[in-house]
Design a protein around this ligand. Structure first.
Ligand code: SF4
Length: 669
């Protein structure tokens, strides 16, 4: 169905609003069509608030506790109001759920067949031009890669979508994907001989005519920032923007509005230059020598970081890095070799479109290298960088990323919002701290109407918050072991079925080791799954299939995990999840707020920790029948004044300090 525009006639608006209200009534369209649908006043209220914001083209920031049914609460009014809708989400899980399930259910209930498109980032689609080149020139180095390439080629010939997720026999991590997908840097756009059948542009053209487009926040931000110059048309064409899981926006936005380059990108550039040079201008320059020397300079930078004591996994602010002179000279060598390759490209300009695309890439790299060199030789400053940007390096086993991240995304968001006369709906289960939106609104800089709805679940009856008496001291050397000791009787009472969430990876190891000891000592066995002993997805699959499992992980396990029912009955949290103050981004944010005379703890650290904690708590009770215990072992909840703010931000759990009460809860008596 084509997008029907909202008529501004008050009668039409009233009639549509009435349809929204009726859809959520106990005998309404959803109740008649969706098995198990429970009419909830909060869901209906949210739907009407969303409808009103759409009509007024306003900005609504809405927090809806777990179980409100917020997805339906924005999809129904968005469809009934008419016009074109862009739904952006933070996680793949929700993206798939909305596209594969919720939109279909809502459409059927409302008797509407909306034209819906799921649009992904360009790296998800096969690039026909690069595929042809890889096939034609044998750019595959191993037999396995050659086999993968044949599979991808067969798929591309038969596929309508070109979506690489449909090629299940080539692993996601296979190196060949790099050769057959495009980046903004190496895409030829309208000059490409494959432009007409191109999967990337076909998907984008489809998105421009669809009524509902589902994307993720990265793609939304790309469109908002006009980052990918050939992809700026979507956002202005929509009437309603829904940003679900909006609590991700400050973080993703900071990553996105930053600038970065990586050693892997340099190697990729060298490989593209070698392929294009040999293909189109073999006689034009010593391509092998030029590109090899670029790669060598990239490797020398990685070596200089290692000499400065930065091992894989390190994240450090540039001004805190040791041996900066050495780094400067390694960056200088790369800059000089990028210049030589650039000169060779310039002297071959006009011979081939792919070769011509490389010079701007090299020039951007050279400008970034120059910027980093300037910053590297500056003495460390106690103040925040004048440009409001923190430069930091993250090191992996064989590479490194150099990021310049803005400390605020407010201006970018405000600018994008002002460019368009649309309705913006920002929603999540975790946007407030003690019922206040100040921290979130402060981060994104938008002035907006705010509404919040508590979870409809009966937390007093369904859940317990257990703060053992006494609580282990977080300053004790044996804190991790004390956590395991305190949690052990509760884990036994729960029969496993537990997530133990630790603030650090070190604590994960120690808590897990102590739990193993306790199992041996008491000859009690629960399947014990430990972060790092498999991918997150595999660990979760094993957790779901093994009865009574105990999973020990760090904060990264808190979000995007949906374990319903009895399989997850106990969540143990060792410490409030404050972001590590020595992380380069966190440290710079703290300094900036201090320099502005503000309180970084209240305005940044506490809201961040509360958001994460609320996400974690949201895993425990997923529906009306779920029951569970949340055990927090951080004494600061009771000893510090902010503890009350944290407790006030959680759902209204029944609180106990008594183990016997917890055991009775698990026995159901
Ligand atoms: S337009 Fe870009 S993405 Fe599409 S086939 Fe050509 S190079 Fe690849």
């Amino acid at each position: 169905m084509a997008a029907e525009r909202l008529d501004r006639d008050p009668e039409d608006v009233r009639a549509r609003r009435q349809r929204v209200a009726e859809a959520f009534a106990p005998d309404g369209a959803l109740a008649r069509s969706v098995p198990g649908f429970v009419a909830r006043p909060s869901q209906r209220e949210m739907a009407l608030a969303v409808f009103d914001a759409i009509v007024e083209r306003g900005t609504l920031v809405a927090e809806a506790g777990t179980g409100t049914g917020k997805t339906f609460a924005y999809l129904v009014p968005s469809l009934l109001a008419g016009g074109k809708v862009l739904v952006s989400v933070g996680t793949k899980t929700l993206q798939d759920q909305i596209f594969d399930k919720d939109l279909r259910i809502v459409g059927r209930a409302l008797g509407m067949q909306a034209d819906v498109v799921l649009l992904k980032g360009r790296q998800n689609y096969i690039c026909l031009q690069r595929l042809n080149r890889a096939v034609g020139e044998g750019l595959h180095e191993t037999r396995e890669a050659a086999g993968h390439l044949r599979t991808i080629e067969r798929f591309a010939r038969a596929s309508a979508s070109g979506d690489r997720a449909e090629v299940s026999t080539v692993p996601e991590t296979a190196g060949i994907w790099h050769a057959v997908t495009s980046t903004q840097d190496n895409c030829l756009g309208a000059d490409c001989p494959q432009f007409e059948p191109c999967f990337v542009y076909r998907a984008r053209r489809r998105a421009l005519t669809a009524q509902v487009v589902v994307v993720n926040h990265h793609l939304f931000l790309a469109d908002m920032a006009l980052r990918d110059e050939r992809f700026g048309e979507l956002l202005p064409s929509v009437d309603t923007v829904v940003l679900d899981e909006a609590h991700h926006l400050p973080r993703v936005g900071a990553e996105f509005f930053g600038e970065g380059w990586s050693l892997a990108q340099v190697v990729e550039l060298a490989s593209d230059a070698l392929a294009a040079g040999l293909h189109a201008a073999r006689d034009g320059a010593p391509w092998i020598e030029l590109t090899r020397s670029l790669e060598q300079a990239a490797r020398a930078i990685r070596a200089s970081l290692a000499q400065a004591g930065l091992a894989a996994g390190a994240r450090v602010a540039l001004e805190r890095a040791a041996e900066r002179e050495q780094l400067d000279s390694a960056l200088g060598a790369l800059w000089e070799r990028a210049g030589r390759l650039n000169a060779a490209l310039q002297s071959n300009a006009g011979r081939d479109p792919e070769l011509d695309l490389l010079a701007p890439r090299l020039q951007r790299l050279s400008a970034q290298l120059q910027d980093w060199r300037n910053a590297t030789v500056k003495p460390p400053s106690a103040e925040v960088a004048a440009d409001g940007v923190v430069r930091w390096i993250s090191v992996s086993s064989s590479g490194a990323q150099f990021q310049a991240t803005p400390l605020s995304i407010r201006e970018s968001f405000v600018r994008a919002r002002q460019r368009t006369a649309q309705a913006w709906i920002l929603t999540s289960a975790t946007l407030t701290v003690a019922s206040r939106f100040d921290a979130f609104l402060g981060e994104i800089g938008l002035s907006a109407a705010t509404r919040r709805w508590d979870s409809p679940f009966d937390f007093q009856a369904q859940a317990l918050l257990y703060l053992p008496d006494p609580l282990p001291s977080p300053n004790s050397e044996r804190f991790a072991e004390d956590v395991a000791d305190a949690a052990w009787p509760v884990i036994c009472a729960s029969g496993g079925r537990t997530f133990v969430l630790c603030a650090t990876l070190k604590a994960v190891e120690r808590v897990a080791a102590r739990l193993q000891e306790l199992m041996r000592e008491t000859e009690t066995e629960f399947p014990l799954l430990i972060q790092g002993q498999g991918t997150r997805r595999n660990l979760l699959q094993t957790y779901r299939s093994a009865a009574g499992a105990v999973l020990v992980g760090s904060i990264s396990f808190w979000e995007g995990i949906d374990v319903r029912g009895e399989a997850l009955s106990l969540v143990v949290i060792d410490k409030l999840p404050f972001a590590p103050p020595d992380d380069p981004l966190v440290e710079a944010r703290l300094r900036k707020l201090r320099a502005e005379g503000r309180n970084p703890f209240i305005e940044f650290q506490l809201p961040q920790a509360v958001t994460l904690l609320k996400q974690g708590v949201g895993r425990l009770i997923r529906d009306e029948k779920d029951r569970g215990v949340l055990m927090i072992l951080d004494g600061r909840l009771l000893s510090k004044s902010y503890g009350k703010t944290v407790l006030d931000s959680l759902p209204p759990f029944a609180l106990t300090r008594d183990l016997a009460t917890v055991c009775r809860f698990f026995r159901g008596s």
